[in-house]
Design a protein around this ligand. Structure first.
Ligand code: MEV
Length: 441
């Protein structure tokens, strides 16, 4: 019998939360057992996991895999990827291997600036506020010294604070737009703490400063928050080879034809937003998987990447291709505000492990690794799409999922894999085969 959800679910202890949740199932004890079966057997680790979020009652497992052979700026990496979709790690691995034999990925961090905003309303002459900005800026920087000390010691801190007049868009609306350098941390807490302090100090300044009077003495802070759009926290990675290197990519195409079709596929994604979305999804398959494996915030990375893809007023592909003087060059440039210290990167045991596996990269190096994984995944996707299509490879991987879903024995699995070597995989075909195998035995 269902228990009523009452106020104060969060106040229940973990067992009570499990029991209440399980009571929504026909067999509550079994449901509760299932939830507990995914707990980590090391209670310290489980406690840590529980504390990452709220009202936690179990863990949701995702596969953790490795894409080997990533050569980036001459260094070889085993890249950890957390992803539930079949074929993604296989695609990353195959592109990594292909490019490892052709000079690898060439990556560079172009910039690392992050942005935060204090949104406020104020009634008065914009010019008067603008004239006061040098003094306001100095005050905001001084009054946040206690927050920025550590970051400054590490070489980061507040870079600039500007007044943005938005009164033509919304009545009396302004922003303090601040830029930050957060070194190896993603910096969300640091930036948000500075911004909240900026808001309070701005209010205080207007109240106390003698040049302001009447309504000018007050402002309303609407909100103070970092922006996940970081177009100046930019990384670029590219691969390059002679066109002839593609001579054996497809039985039915020579190298020139392959490269021409590849170029067309990129141009289509640059022109058509429907294709661009899927093209970029393929890029993000690789990036998100590395971002997750290293305990970074994949929602922030996703949000930013897609805004950047639309930066010229129209959503477009994140990659670019050039074919010149017998050379093929394929490039990905995007903002990636990643961290290698702070947050989950040090708290999550497998995130820590991933960073160790990557030889404890700094944030710049992680940006280059994640971007290269994105380019690798997208390259493999296009290579398949313009040749044999993705379904052959995809459905082979998917076969395992279907077989597991049906619930087969080891022998049945082997025979199914053998049978589908040269046949189309579909749920109904697999089901039919398994039924046949069972009937025969
Ligand atoms: C599937 O996860 C990703 C692809 O659709 C990407 C693409 O179409 O480029 C294969």
């Amino acid at each position: 019998m269902k228990q009523q959800i009452r106020k104060g679910f969060s106040k229940l202890n973990k067992d009570q939360k499990i029991n209440l949740t399980a009571s929504y199932f026909e067999y509550p004890e079994e449901a509760a057992r299932k939830l507990r079966s995914f707990w980590h057997n090391d209670s310290d680790i489980q406690k840590k996991l529980d504390e990452f979020s709220e009202n936690t009652i179990s863990n949701f497992l995702f596969p953790y895999g490795i894409a080997p052979n990533f050569v980036i700026n001459g260094n070889m990496y085993l890249v950890p990827m957390v992803i539930e979709e079949s074929s993604v790690i296989a695609a990353a691995s195959s592109a990594a291997k292909f490019w490892s034999e052709r000079g690898g990925f060439h990556a560079e961090v172009i910039s690392t600036t992050k942005i935060g905003q204090v949104h406020f309303t104020w009634e008065g002459e914009t010019e008067k506020l603008r004239n006061a900005m040098p003094v306001i800026k100095e005050k905001l920087i001084n009054e946040t010294n206690h927050i920025t000390t550590n970051m400054r010691q590490r070489g980061g801190g507040i870079l600039d604070i500007e007044l943005i007049d938005m009164t033509d868009k919304l009545e009396n609306y302004y922003q303090l737009k601040a830029s930050f350098e957060t070194i190896d941390s993603m910096g969300a807490n640091f930036i948000n703490s500075c911004l909240e302090e900026f808001g309070m100090q701005l209010k205080r300044f207007l109240k106390e400063d003698k040049t302001f009077s009447g309504k000018e003495k007050d402002c309303e802070i609407i909100m103070a928050i970092l922006s996940n759009y970081t177009p100046e926290c930019l990384v670029r990675t590219y691969v390059e080879c002679n066109i002839e290197e593609f001579h054996d990519c497809d039985r039915n195409m020579n190298a020139q034809q392959f490269v021409r079709k590849f170029e067309q596929s990129v141009r289509i994604a640059q022109e058509d937003i429907y294709r661009a979305t899927t093209h970029n999804k393929g890029v993000m398959n690789g990036i998100d998987a590395v971002v997750l494996a290293t305990g970074n915030d994949f929602r922030a990375i996703e949000a930013c990447a897609h805004t950047y893809a639309a930066r010229n007023g129209k959503y477009s592909a994140l990659t670019n291709v050039s074919i010149k003087d017998g050379k093929f060059r394929y490039e990905l440039t995007l903002p990636l505000a990643l961290g290698t210290v702070g947050g989950l990167t040090s708290l999550h045991p497998l995130a820590r492990f991933s960073l160790e596996l990557l030889n404890n990269p700094d944030a710049d190096q992680l940006m280059m690794i994640a971007a290269s994984a994105g380019l690798a995944n997208n390259f493999s996707a296009l290579k398949s799409l313009i040749t044999k299509g993705i379904q052959t490879g995809h459905m082979k991987m998917h076969l395992y999922n279907i077989l597991n879903h049906i619930g087969v024995t080891g022998e049945e699995k082997e025979r199914a894999v053998d049978y589908f070597q040269d046949k189309k995989v579909s749920f109904s075909n697999v089901k039919k085969l398994v039924a046949n195998l069972r009937r025969k035995s």
